[in-house]
Design a protein around this ligand. Structure first.
Ligand SMILES: [Zn+2]
Length: 301
């Protein structure tokens, strides 16, 4: 496809837009706070697209790719979403944006977009398969194989955060279920685990600081959360046997305790082959969703 794709990243707190060239090169990134309510979010995206002359610097925009929180069906409709985007479930993002912009529009889950970009030009480039996992406010994942992103029958593939783990038994999850790894190893999960064990509410940053100074309680919490994540990942790599696991997200900034415990649990729990899978951190960082959305738009999904 000639011309450029416009990539959009709709997150719980901010929404970004940038032109994405065929090789994944990004134009200037414009970022705005994500407004409350689906109508306001779609209005913001249309405004960002109207501003495309500024974004594109004269380049022709021929398609639109949107990466968004939530489960996305094949029509670009959000079939479920957590409370980070209130009212987002049921929104026909693809249909509405295509009608309002006149551009062919592809919508995909934000972690699916992140994985698409990392597979093509990031930590998984040149490899036939990749499991991507984002650990932040929630835990999301995606699998990319030799034929591309595996979205699954209902767009739900890669929902790593909602794998059950005995280490989280009884804890409520953002999906409405309980006992899922997200409820113990996401940012809010770690905060809650620390509060439940030690009676104090601290931020993940504060817990990480304590762990760095050798505080036994903080180290214990991060180790427990990391072990839960690693055991969940072990089950997934046993099923998919990917060439590489790529990790990203805010919770990984909290230091080696969480990540080290996760990798150790993966190595000790998975079957012998998948237990040796290389684990890398994201090469593209926060712009991976924009890049992946642009790639998906150019290939029509
Ligand atoms: Zn869940």
């Amino acid at each position: 496809m000639t011309g450029h794709a416009l990539g959009i990243d709709i997150g719980g707190t901010k929404t970004s837009a940038a032109v994405v060239a065929a090789d994944g090169t990004l134009g200037p990134v414009r970022t705005e706070p994500t407004p409350r309510g689906p109508q306001a979010v779609l209005d913001l995206v249309v405004d960002l697209i109207r501003d495309r002359t500024a974004l594109a610097a004269g380049a022709e925009i021929t398609c639109l790719g949107v990466g968004t929180a939530g489960v996305v069906d094949e029509h670009g409709t959000i079939t479920s979403a957590t409370s980070t985007l209130p009212g987002w479930a049921g929104t026909e993002v693809g249909v509405v944006l295509a009608r309002r912009t006149g551009l062919p529009t592809t919508v995909l889950n934000d972690v699916h977009a992140f994985a698409t970009a990392e597979a093509r030009i990031g930590a998984g480039r040149g490899l036939p398969s990749l499991l991507a996992v984002m650990v932040g406010t929630g835990i999301g994942g995606a699998f990319v194989g030799p034929t591309g992103l595996w979205r699954g029958a209902t767009g739900t593939a890669g929902s790593v955060g909602h794998v059950s783990t005995p280490l989280a038994t009884g804890l409520p999850c953002s999906c409405g279920g309980s006992g899922h790894v997200e409820s113990i190893a996401s940012g809010p999960g770690i905060v809650e685990l620390y509060r439940a064990r030690h009676g104090t509410t601290l931020t993940t940053r504060a817990i990480a600081e304590l762990a760095r100074t050798g505080d036994r309680q903080a180290v214990e919490v991060l180790t427990h959360a990391g072990a839960a994540l690693g055991e969940a990942l072990a089950g997934i790599v046993d099923v998919l046997d990917p060439q590489v696991v790529v990790l990203a997200g805010g919770a990984l900034q909290i230091g080696p305790g969480l990540l080290g415990a996760a990798v150790a649990a993966l190595r000790s729990t998975a079957l012998p082959g998948p237990a040796r899978v290389p684990v890398r951190t994201s090469e593209l960082g926060a712009v991976a969703v924009l890049i992946g959305a642009g790639f998906a738009a150019r290939s029509g999904g």
